[in-house]
Structures are given as C-alpha cells and as structure tokens.
Design a protein around this ligand. Structure first.
Ligand SMILES: [Zn+2]
Length: 488
C-alpha cells in the first residue's frame, strides 16, 4: 500500500471517530421484529444500512438521540425495483405493543393527499401515531430517506409494524367482551411456546352456515396482513345492521398471526410450506389437528383466505395471487365479487399464480375439507397512493363483506354445494378407513386416508387380503353439513 493511500485511510478513520464523538444519534437494529443489519455511520446524522440480497421484505429500526435532527439513512443494495415507491413509517410511541400506539382518530379537517419525493400520494396521517417518511430518493440501488425527528426516540419501520404482543392484548380485550358471537381460542403453541390464537365469530349453526377461514402472516414478515385480519374482526363485531346480519348468517374464523415465532424473528419463510406430512412443524400439526376436529364435528369450512403483502411497487392495493386451477370458475367468481366489495381501493385484476399450493394451510383446507383456497396480496404502500392505518384495517371489513355477498350469490351457492360434495366424499372415506389412522396426526392421516382407495386397489391386484383395511367405523358421513341444495 502506497504512503498516500495509507494517509487517506487514516484521515477517513479519524473523520469517522470524530463524527461518532460529535453526535449521539444512533440507528439500532437486531431486536425482536427488527432483522439484524450492518449499519455504518457516514457523518454525524447520516447512516448507511446494508440491505443486501435475499428475502429482505421487512425492516425496523430504533432511532435514538434524534430530537431536532434531520437524519439521513441510505438503505443500500436494496431491491430497488420493489422499493422505489416505498415510504417507511416512523412514530414516537413509547411501546409498539400497546393498543393505544395504533389507535386512530378521524382528522378534523383532513388535508389533501400530498405527493412524496419518490412519487406516491401520502394520505393525511394526523389522526394516527405513525407517519410516512416523505423525503425519499432513489440513487442507483440505494433508497435514501431523510427525516427530521421531533423526539429523542423514534421507530422507523418498512410498514406499520404489528407484533405478537400487540395481538395478544387485542385478543385479550376481545375475550373480555361479553358477547355470544365471539370466542377467542388458543389452538396450540408454536415451537418456541407462543400461543397461536384464533377468533371465531358467528352465532352458531356452524354445521349449516358458510364458514370462512381468514388468516394472516404465513409469511410472518408481512405485517400489513395482520392489520387487515384485525380489521375483519373489528368490522364483524361492529354494531351495524350489516355486521349483525353477517354474524347471524356466517361463521368466520380469523387468525391474525399464523406464525408467531417467524414474526418475532423476522423470518420470511418458517412454517409456510409445512402443511404436508413429512414437512410438519409443531405449528402446522396443531393447526391441522384443530381443523380436522372442526370438520369431524360436522362443522363446515367453505373458504380459506390466505393474506399476503407485497413490498411496494409490485402491484396496487390488492391482487389475487393464486387461484386453484381445478376450481378456477369458483375462484374467478369469488375474486370478482371481492373486487366489487373493494371499491375505492386501487385494484389489480390480474392473477400472479405462483407459489406453493397444497403444502400451505389454505391448500390443505381445500384439498381435504373442500374449502375454496384463495391467496391475496395486499399493499399499504401502493405506488399510486399509500393507505392510512384506518384504510388498511377497513380492507378487512371489505373481505368480510365480499365473502358474505359471494355466498349470497348464485355462484356462491354453487361453491357451497361443491364444498358439501367434497366433504361428503371425504367423510365417506373416513367412515371406511378411520380405524387405520387412530393416534396419527392430521397431516399424515388426511393424506393417507385420501389415498386408501388406491392403496386397497393395489393390494387387491397383488392378491393380498384387504379386509382389515376396509373395516366399518362409526358413521360420520351422515353428520350435519352434508346436505345438498344450498344453506339458506
Ligand atoms: Zn407472502
């Protein structure tokens, strides 16, 4: 190394040390819900965060000592194609797990949306405690954020963060409601011992009425989705005539966080493709067992909606990601009803159609219990316009309305009858083969019970005795919920 370069290096090093001394602004990452990142100080109020390759669809930082300072953060090596319309959110709330930190009020005189430096329209966020960083610039593969902070401690996150602890508090409050229409249940524990909770809303008749499963966070870093699920619960429990009628006529099962461990640890993939025997996890086993019990008790499962979110620039506020090719007519009919219910949001009517199907919860529910599996991508940071927290929650209410409208339509009745047919076939198989699967888990036993006719045929062809395989068990095929001809 030449003398000149050595000198330049030592000057650079002392500049960095001086900068660090002159400033007490800090950017912190690597705590719960905050993926670890390499953070470099470039100047007293200027930082570079190395994003890098791989699945980096979530980040959150704590900014400390920032009061009265304008802080610049370069998100470098970022997936800029997706992020160029992203405006991260910041807040000064003390506790990101507190219900109050995400309370919203309607602004008294809402201002018109404003255009951020990178293009999207930014709504009035004066009624909520989270605000968009509007000064965002794209430079090569770097997203440069500049924000003046008014308090010493601030949170800075890719999108509105939704934590397991917040969810626990929200559900605890629901559990205290003295309402016969809502039941908050723990269906099992995650690998690390966190509760997986489900909210059942409806006024009984689960064997006769259409039942909708709506769940969020099978990609646990997709925080937008839990706000939508929470919004569905809020809408269902609201005191409007429409909500009361929906509670009377349907059953809704809502899981706001499917994968709590993955959420805390910001893992993009954790349990998503584990709803198949051989790939099971403690989570997929308890969730599948719960659904099997539900169906064995004669209760219905007509629709399974899996909620996802894109990062920003990939699509509008809503898009159907995957449709089941063997039930495409039903999927299309449902999707068009849902899109009608989403009036006012920016919609993408194309379908992506990629990703695992059968190994996911919705795929499992469809394959074995007849539910129509639907996968949606929501987006609170669409390139055209970003959503307030209230608007994001409101999407959940629209999912509920869309599903209700669908099952009241002719196409919905056809889906209902198809589900009845599929569950009757499944129950007939179980009537015949249940004795072979005593004590086996739901993932294993559903898959093998389904294959038994083929297994029996193969045995017969080879001349083996099959009588022990086809012993008669208790009749669950005539349980309620197998009647054809609609549900009304
Ligand atoms: Zn996803």
């Amino acid at each position: 190394m030449g003398r000149g370069r050595l000198l330049a290096l030592s000057v650079a090093v002392s500049a960095v040390t001086a900068a660090a001394r002159a400033s007490d602004v800090r950017v912190v990452a690597g705590f719960d819900y905050s993926p670890k990142k390499r953070i470099e100080r470039i100047a007293p109020d200027h930082f570079a965060v190395h994003i890098g390759r791989g699945f980096c669809n979530w980040f959150m930082f704590r900014i400390e000592g920032a009061k009265g300072r304008t802080v610049t953060i370069d998100l470098s090596n970022a997936p800029i194609r997706k992020w160029k319309t992203l405006n991260p959110v910041y807040s000064y709330v003390e506790d990101i797990n507190a219900l109050d930190s995400f309370a919203v009020e309607r602004p008294r005189a809402p201002r018109k949306p404003r255009r951020a430096a990178n293009g999207p329209l930014i709504p009035d966020t004066s009624g909520q405690k989270w605000h968009f960083v509007e000064d965002v610039k794209v430079e090569g593969t770097t997203l440069r954020l500049r924000q003046r902070f008014e308090a010493d401690r601030a949170w800075l996150a890719m999108k509105y963060p939704h934590t397991c602890e917040y969810n626990e508090r929200f559900l605890d409050r629901l559990a205290k409601l003295r309402s016969s229409s809502v039941k908050v249940m723990e269906i099992g524990r995650s690998k690390e011992g966190r509760p997986i909770r489900l909210v059942k809303i409806g006024r009984g008749g689960e064997d006769r009425k259409p039942c909708v499963l709506l769940y969020a966070r099978e990609h646990p870093t997709e925080h937008d989705t839990s706000w939508v699920a929470e919004g569905a619960i809020r809408f269902l429990l609201s005191n409007t005539r429409e909500a009361r009628a929906i509670r009377e006529r349907f059953t809704f099962l809502v899981i706001p966080i499917l994968d709590p461990d993955g959420a805390v640890r910001s893992r993009y993939r954790n349990i998503i493709a584990t709803f198949a025997s051989g790939g099971e996890t403690p989570e997929s086993l308890v969730i599948a067992a719960w659904l099997k019990k539900w169906v064995d008790e004669g209760k219905r499962l007509d629709l399974a909606i899996s909620l996802h979110n894109v990062e920003s620039n990939e699509t509008r506020h809503l898009l159907c990601a995957i449709m089941a090719p063997d039930r495409i007519g039903h999927c299309r009919a449902f999707n068009s009803r849902l899109m009608q219910a989403m009036k006012g949001y920016h919609l993408n009517r194309n379908v992506w159609d990629k990703g695992y199907r059968l190994f996911r919860l919705a795929g499992f529910a469809g394959e074995y219990y007849g539910a129509l599996p639907m996968y949606y991508e929501v987006n609170s940071q669409a390139p055209s316009r970003h959503l307030t927290l209230a608007e994001l929650r409101e999407m959940g209410g629209r999912f509920v309305r869309g599903a209700a409208k669908y099952f009241a339509s002719r196409s919905g009745l056809r889906t209902f009858d198809e589900v009845t047919k599929l569950r009757t076939e499944r129950n007939l198989r179980w009537r015949k083969y249940a004795h072979l699967f005593e004590g086996e888990d739901a993932l294993y036993s559903e898959a093998w019970c389904r294959r038994m006719p083929e297994v029996v045929r193969l045995h017969r062809e080879k001349g083996y005795d099959v009588s022990w395989m086809t012993g008669k068990r208790k009749d669950i095929s005539r349980s309620p919920g197998t009647r054809m001809g609609g549900w009304k």
